[in-house]
Structures are given as structure tokens and as C-alpha cells.
Ligand binder design. Sequence first.
Ligand code: PNS
Length: 159
Amino acid sequence: MKAIYPGSFNPLTIGHLDIIKRMNAMYDEVIVAILINEGKKHFFSLEERKEMIMKEIQNNNLDKVTVMTFEGLLVNFAKQVGSKIVVRGLRAVTDYEYETKIALFNSSLYPGLETVFLLSDPRYSYISSSGVREVAHFKGDVSPYVTKNVEQEIKKKFY
Ligand code: PNS
């Protein structure tokens, strides 16, 4: 079974990485799919985000995981790569509302496509990329939310 983990990953957090590790244990193949979002150009570029995720995959020996980028509808990407499984992490009820809307759109656009929700580890349930960006913007300590490598990249670029 091949599953897709889509997102903006701007930047990858330890919450994202936890989901990727859990997916590596669940599926035969995992594709981390980074959304090419022209409207969200701030913070890390697509290439930088991809590079950071690939580094973590190597460091953690996640041999079933590959990283790709996609533009437009996720369902079209899913068709292209031949997968009918999308995984998203759920942190709180607010995620539930947002995620069910996307999941229902996706399954109506592509019947048979399943969205699987993994409950986020409670240690990470408050961590978000937007929170990390805000802490980084004011030069706060981002080390509790991201990996060492991502922390270094943030410091190199913004501090
Ligand atoms: O990390 P994010 O920004 O919460 O990820 C959101 C993402 C990329 C999963 C979602 O915005 C997406 O799939 N966008 C592509 C457009 C699409 O297919 N939308 C679904 C119909 S609403």
C-alpha cells in the first residue's frame, strides 16, 4: 500500500516527523508531498523544504519514504502516483473541522480515495508550522518544535 502525506511543511516540525515515522511503519511506500503554493512564498522555499525533509528521512533511516512536490489538486497528484490513501495528522477539534472538509472534497473528486487520520502524539499536539514561523520571526527558541537540522536552517536564514 502506497500512502501520501501532503502538506506545506513550512517548516517541517517534530509533529510532522512523528507522523512520517509512523507511516513508515504502516505502509509499503510513503510519499511526502509538498504543496507548491505560490501564494505562500515566505519563509522557506520549496527546494529548502524538500532538502530539510530529505535530510530527516536519511537521518532516521526511513527507507520507505520519498519526497515529491505537487501543484493544484491533491487528487490529481494521487492519480498520477497511483495511490488512494492520504494521511493527515489530527491535533485538535479545530483540525477535525478543517480536515473533514478537505477529506470530503477529495473523496467526492476522486471516489475511493481514503483519508486516514493519525492522532498526533499529545506531546506535539500544539505544535504548528505557523507557530514555529512566529517564534522564529521574533527570534525565539524554536528547538522544542523542530529537529536540530531545521533549527540550524532557521538560525542560518533568519537570526
Ligand atoms: O500543511 P497544510 O498547509 O495544512 O496542507 C494542506 C494541504 C496541502 C493538504 C491542502 O491544502 C491541499 O491538499 N491542497 C491542494 C489543493 C486541493 O487539492 N484541495 C482539496 C479540495 S478543498
